[in-house]
Write a protein that binds this ligand. Structure first.
Ligand code: GLN
Length: 193
């Protein structure tokens, strides 16, 4: 049986995540309404615009159910705006959307001049070959709580991916390059949870 991985399909790059999951051997399930969260093995929250995602999470009553399921152990991977959605602390203005993971996140951390860029990251969890990471108006992880493990850093040391128990986040978009290793790592996590 293929793992059923929900992809929050309110806004942003959910179609690309669904393609990556399919290529990685899982069954992607689009999630817009709360009842679509029933029976999934894990959830991905894609990049997009976090303020819009926040509004839609409330409008469709789906946010409160994600919080409940994640607290019960559902694996959740948030990329870019999805990372912002999972963070307990967002800087300036200080607020939280789902508020699940003990990280402090700075939105649009690379400023206006650098709307998007790519960098090859060495991510020990993914093996020797570097991972081409795409950053689009990306957030940064400024601070991590005790239970958080860092997965990836930029060459200058700034944190761009991390995990905490059943939760995982990355500043970059792993669904845009065809390199499936971040999705595969998440699927391994799902199997082991
Ligand atoms: N800058 C966006 C935000 O603050 C995130 C960008 C993205 O998801 N690619 O929500």
């Amino acid at each position: 049986m293929k793992m059923r991985i929900g992809v929050l399909a309110l806004q942003g790059s959910f179609a690309e995540h669904m393609e990556s999951l399919h290529a990685a051997g899982a069954k992607p399930v689009p999630v817009k309404y709360p009842e679509q969260l029933d029976g999934i093995d894990a959830l991905i929250i894609p990049g997009g615009e976090s303020t819009t995602i926040r509004k839609l999470l409330n409008r469709y009553n789906v946010g409160i159910k994600i919080i409940d399921l994640a607290n019960k152990g559902l694996p959740v991977y948030g990329t870019c705006a999805g990372m912002i959605a999972l963070a307990k602390h967002i800087e300036y203005p200080e607020y939280a959307i789902l508020g699940l993971m003990d990280i402090t996140v700075q939105r649009n951390a690379f400023g206006r001049q650098l709307e998007s860029f790519e960098e090859n990251l060495d991510i020990p969890l993914l093996g020797k070959k570097s991972f081409r990471a795409v950053f689009i108006r990306a957030p940064l992880i400024k601070d991590t709580g005790k239970k958080v493990d860092v997965i990836a850093r930029l060459k200058d040391g700034r944190i761009v991916a991390a995990e905490q128990d059943n939760l995982m986040v990355s500043s970059f978009h792993p669904e845009l390059t065809g390199d499936l290793r971040m999705h595969q790592y998440f699927l391994t996590k799902v199997k082991n949870t």
